[in-house]
Structure formats: C-alpha cells, structure tokens
Design a protein around this ligand. Structure first.
Ligand SMILES: [Zn+2]
Length: 130
C-alpha cells in the first residue's frame, strides 16, 4: 500500500472561528488538514490517517482510518474525541481496537455468507431452477 507518511512532529497552524489561529503538532500518521475550513471550531479539528477502503465495482463499501480530535471537549463514546480511534464509515463511528477486531470478525462471517450464497446461486443456475 502507498501511504503518505509525513514526518513526525509536524507543526501546523489552522484558522478557527472561536480561537483564531491554532497551532498544533500532527501525529506521524496524520495525512494533513487540506480540507480544513476557517469557519469551523477548534474542537472540530481532527487528525486523520489514510483510509483503508473496501471498494467493489468502483463503489466504496466501507472505509476505516485513524482519527483524533485533540481539542474535543464533549466526549461521546463512539463519536471520537481526544483519544485516538479508528473512524469507520459506514456507520460513521469511532472504534476502539476491540471494536475494530469485532468488525473484522463480522466481515469474515459476512464473507462466509457471501460464499454460501454464491454456492446456492451456482447450484440453482447449474440445476436450471428458477
Ligand atoms: Zn493533523
């Protein structure tokens, strides 16, 4: 995989609505803040890592990547915060490592179901059933 890997300790300054210019240090995994808008609040600043994407026939099925909102003041479990999490979309939740492993298990199980469905479909088509 080709991941942009900025140098550690990169310091950036971002304009915000409530705190003016905010200077912060990005973690090594942060891909940058090119999409930052000056009309957002400091609490909305978030570091994002490169997405791990499952795509099929050009459509994105699910994406996950590291995420952290260093200035978040309201911490709602599952919606990110100052602790690094894995942002997963859908369902637009921030997952812990345990949650992420659970998701991987669920996807493994789903892949098995798809294989079963493919076998059933193949048998139907080969058997000439409708
Ligand atoms: Zn950053």
């Amino acid at each position: 995989m080709d991941h942009p890997m900025p140098s550690a300790g990169r310091t950036i300054t971002l304009p915000t609505l409530d705190y003016g210019d905010v200077t912060l240090t990005c973690p090594q995994w942060c891909t940058g803040h090119a999409d930052h808008r000056p009309d957002t609040y400091r609490a909305d600043i978030h570091h994002r890592g490169p997405d791990v994407v499952l795509a099929f026939h050009g459509a994105e099925i699910i994406a996950a990547g590291l995420s952290q909102s260093p200035f978040a003041t309201i911490v709602t479990p599952g919606l990110g915060g100052p602790t690094v999490g894995a942002s997963v979309s859908p369902p637009d939740r921030s997952l812990t490592p345990v949650d992420l492993y659970s998701l991987a298990v669920a996807l493994d199980s789903y892949a098995d179901q798809l294989r079963d469905l493919a076998e059933q479909l193949h048998a139907l088509l080969v058997g000439g059933a409708r």
